[in-house]
Structure formats: structure tokens, C-alpha cells
Design a protein around this ligand. Sequence first.
Ligand code: KG4
Ligand code: ZN
Length: 338
Amino acid sequence: MKILAIESSCDETAVSVVENGRVVLADCIASQVELHRIYGGVVPEIASRKHIEAIYSLANEALERAAVSRDEIDAIAVTYAPGLIGAVLVGVNFGKAMALALNKPLIPVHHIRGHIAANYIAFPELEPPFICLVVSGGHTMIVDVRDYTNMEILGGTLDDAAGECFDKVARVLGMPYPGGAALDRAACNGNAEKYFLPRAKAGVNPYDMSFSGLKTAALNLIHHADQIGEPLDIPDLCASFSCAVSDTLIPRLMLAAEKSGYGKIAIAGGVAANSRIREDILASAEEIGVQVFLPPLSLCGDNASMIGAQAYYEFLSGNTAEMSLNAYATKSIIGEQL
Ligand code: KG4
Ligand code: ZN
């Protein structure tokens, strides 16, 4: 089954053609990152307009690269939630138009379910159940992926997402948007023990976490050093910060892995590209004897192939949409999807 998948929930317009949820025939992305950089973050209105400009030619490009005609496409998939609402609406409307024009089924895909499914492309042998750490710009949670479309959120951040904290700290350090990757690079040769930053406990659920205290502590440290004219060691600070984020995530992920008994951990979302987090997961998983799936960096950030991968399994479980499909700024990955 060949699915043409569309992703437009933030600042990347993306269209892919994916076969049977696992094989990418084409993966096209038009990134708006450069455009938003001068504003220090995504400007929703501009994002929507740029999606509209890019999406038609990107869809044609994807079909061309996949060497697949419109008639050979079996279904259209689209991210319908969550995201910047104007941006998501562009993809949803385009997906509907294509599905209607080609008389093909329309498959609504949750963006975060898509991030998890990026692992099915990277690892053809991976099948649920497994535990997945989802760490993106807006989400941080530990998910029990019982089946392709049946999951449970074991716990997650009670306040800020990990990606949001990376971006905020990077921004205050003068790094260009989106700062997570730049902070990661700066941390490479840093001493992670130089600056003390807190690792918060959050509530009674052992899988819940909190990042707002860590973010505030890092920002206070930077502002204080600035006020008293004390030079900061940027690589050391970035390494200390990355280490604090990792120390918050990893023990909870390992606990979930051990308790589940699945023996398999995957990781998903833009922050899954973080080198410290990747290293720490590998080391901790080895200690407890659990298999780890770390998707390549190209599949961690937003792309449409992950949407095409998840769409296949949504279709198999009967999740298709009518032409009345709407877009949602927020939506849980669990339960009925529409
Ligand atoms: O999944 P994603 O591409 O978009 C959302 O769905 O949010 O995640 C974007 C987030 C941004 O916060 C970005 O700074 C962060 O992922 N990110 C990183 C790294 N690469 C991207 N954070 C830490 N280290 C990285 N190497
Ligand atoms: Zn994303």
C-alpha cells in the first residue's frame, strides 16, 4: 500500500510517499527555519503562508521522486493534530482536496504518533510492544506502545517540554533558533560537572518529570553571571544543562523499560537527536540488558515519512477520516483519534 503523507504542523512543509508503513519511496521537506530565525522562533502566520506556497509543488516533487503516479497512490495521510493550528489546517485542507480529487481514503495522523512511527522506518524489525521516550519541542513523555495504534502515556512533563528548555537556554546564550542542536554542539567538549543544575522530582507518579525549575535555574545562572560580569564557560554550561536534562529523562525511561518487561526501548522527536541523551540511553540500557532503537537524526525531527509510516497502521485499524476532518492544536495520542 502506497501512502502519500503530508506534514505541516510547525515550520517544515513535508510530503513523503511511504510503502506499507516501512519503506520510504520519497521524502521531501521545505524547511522554513531560516525564515523564522530572524524572529527567534516560529511566527505562526508566516508559517501558514509558507506552507500554502510550498505544499502543491512539494507533493508533485514527492510523486516524481517516488516514480509513482497519482493513480498508484492508495491513500492520502495528513497530520491533523497537534501543532500551530493555521499551519496544520493547510496540510489538512490540502490532504482533503487530494483525497477528494483522487477518490482515495484520507488517513488522519497524530503528529506524535508519527514521531514514534519514525522508528518503524529506521528499524524494519521493530514491532510493538515497546517503551518509547518522546522528546520534542512541545512534548516530553514516556509512552507504552502496546500496539501500533494502542498506547498508554506512563508519565511526562508536568510543565515545560525538554525541547522548549533547550531552545530557551540556547536563545539566552545567543544561539540561533532552533537552539537545541546548537546547544548540543556547544556541549560537545564541555565539562558536565562544572555547573550545578537541579534535577527535579515531580509528584507521585514515578514517570512524571518537571523541567521548569531546571530552565529557570539555568537562565538565572546566565543572567547572574552577566550582572556581575563573570565570564561563563559556554561549553561547560551547555554540557551541564544537557546532562541535567538527560538525568531527568533516563532513570524514568529505564524504570518503565524494566517494569514493562518488553526488553525494547525506542526514542522519538527532535530532542532524540541530542548526543548526550543518546549516549546515556545506550549506556543505561546496556546495564539493564534492554535493546535500544535510536532512529537516525534525519528521522528525529519533523518529516512526512513518519506520518506515512503511522498512517499505514492507522488505516489497518480502520482509522480513516471523512471530508469533515478538522485540525486540532492539541490532542492526546491515546484514545479515539477523532
Ligand atoms: O520534533 P521536533 O522536530 O518538532 C516538534 O514536534 O516539536 O522537535 C524540535 C525540537 C526543538 O526544540 C529543537 O531545538 C530540538 O527538537 N532539537 C534538539 C536537538 N535537535 C533538535 N534538542 C537537543 N539536542 C539536539 N541535538
Ligand atoms: Zn515534531
